[in-house]
Write a protein that binds this ligand. Structure first.
Ligand code: BMA
Length: 374
């Protein structure tokens, strides 16, 4: 081959490599199914958005652990496309998480959702490693204490060992590892968690994010994770990016937003939601990341038309890959509603069916057709 031809061929390979690598997750050793999940999430972002629900198969309003039951299925006849789960307390080797979901049962539910062609995402409200209290104990110095050189660093590594063991135990029917969207240190711009806002510096949390990922990937050989970076509501793109660990550490970018707590009126919610979605999508385009609404909800769903007139109406012009409704804990104390998707007979259930039937919402039956792991 002439020198000219060789150079030409090398150039071609380099260009092909370069554009290909932009369509790969940040873990260079990600499993085949994880790569496919990433690429299909990207592909589907333009088409519609996947609907997800936290703890969907474990319990709902008025029930717990009934095989194949789901509040979403009771209302629509279909399961969600995304299943959210929570690992808080696994770090302590407890048999169940902070919401009393046994990890063994969770593993089974994860297998079921994956077998149906659904997607798994996992959050982690890990305890405070410095004080031994909960995730909501914002003691100063906690993040610094678990970074390399810190007094609780070795303890934190044992916690990550348990996370790794769980993630590596998730297998499909052919023994393949089940891909998981992992979103550690969520809502990190708020002040309520020990890893959040003013409770540590931006540099500290970025270091922690990078350490966590490096340890899981390079020490524990975990290669079935996509990494989701996620804030709470945010005031500007600049604020969103203050604690962002860097493009080479993140696959999915998202934020959490709730109506009911501090945004009461539909109009105010819609305005804020639309602006944050626009900001997120701009960042996602600039950085070539997948945008997602990593948690949302209107506590108790008092507005019977909320799904179509507020939520869908605002989402429609956007290109978010998925949305995750928070857990249906039920009526935790009499009269105190703690649920975010409708159950059968709930005031917004009928409207949720219209939402389900809209062209751009994707639930289980639709996602199964997409064969996202192939
Ligand atoms: C929070 C609430 C808590 C729960 C935690 C972890 O936002 O729903 O009740 O313990 O998530 O799932």
């Amino acid at each position: 081959m002439s020198q000219k031809k060789t150079v030409g061929l090398l150039l071609l390979v380099a260009v092909a490599n370069c554009s290909f690598s932009q369509n790969l997750p940040v873990d260079k050793k990600a499993t085949t199914q994880t790569i496919h999940l990433y690429q299909n999430l990207k592909r589907l972002s333009g088409k519609g958005f996947l609907f997800g629900h936290q703890d969907d198969l474990a319990y709902g309003v008025g029930w717990k652990y009934i095989p194949e039951k789901s509040d979403i299925k009771d209302v629509t006849g279909d399961y969600p496309a995304i299943y959210g789960w929570e690992l808080g307390r696994i770090e302590l080797d407890h048999p169940m998480n902070l919401d009393s979901v046994p990890f063994d049962a969770m593993k089974k539910f994860i297998g079921e959702g994956y077998a149906r062609g659904g997607i798994i995402t996992i959050s982690w409200h890990l305890n405070n490693p410095l004080t031994g209290k909960t995730a909501w104990d914002p003691a100063p110095g906690t993040v610094a204490s678990i970074l390399p050189g810190g007094e609780k660093h070795d303890l934190y590594k044992t916690w990550l060992d348990r996370i790794a063991a769980f993630i590596l135990s998730l297998k499909g029917k052919n023994g393949e590892l089940i891909p998981v969207i992992f979103r550690p240190f969520h809502e990190l711009n708020g002040n309520w968690f020990w890893w959040g806002g003013k409770n540590c510096t931006s540099e500290e949390i970025k270091k922690l994010y990078r350490f966590t990922e490096t340890y899981l990937r390079d020490e524990k050989n975990v290669h079935n994770l996509l990494y989701a970076f996620n804030t709470d509501r945010f005031a500007s793109k600049q604020i969103y990016l203050e604690r962002y660990p860097g493009d080479e550490w993140v696959d999915i970018i998202g934020f959490d937003i709730y109506q009911g707590n501090n945004i009461l009126r539909n109009e105010d919610f819609m305005k804020e939601f639309d602006r944050t979605l626009t900001d997120l999508e701009e960042i996602a385009t600039e950085k070539n990341k997948i945008p997602a609404l990593t948690e949302f909800g209107f506590v108790g769903l008092p507005d019977s038309l909320w799904w179509t007139k507020v939520f869908l109406k605002t989402l429609q012009p956007h290109h978010i890959a998925y949305v995750l409704g928070w857990r249906n804990a039920g009526y935790t104390t009499p009269g105190h509603a703690d649920f975010y998707v409708p159950y059968k007979g709930q005031a917004s259930a009928k409207d949720f069916v219209d939402f389900y039937n809209a062209d751009n919402t994707i639930f289980q039956k639709d996602i199964a057709k997409e064969k996202i792991y192939e």
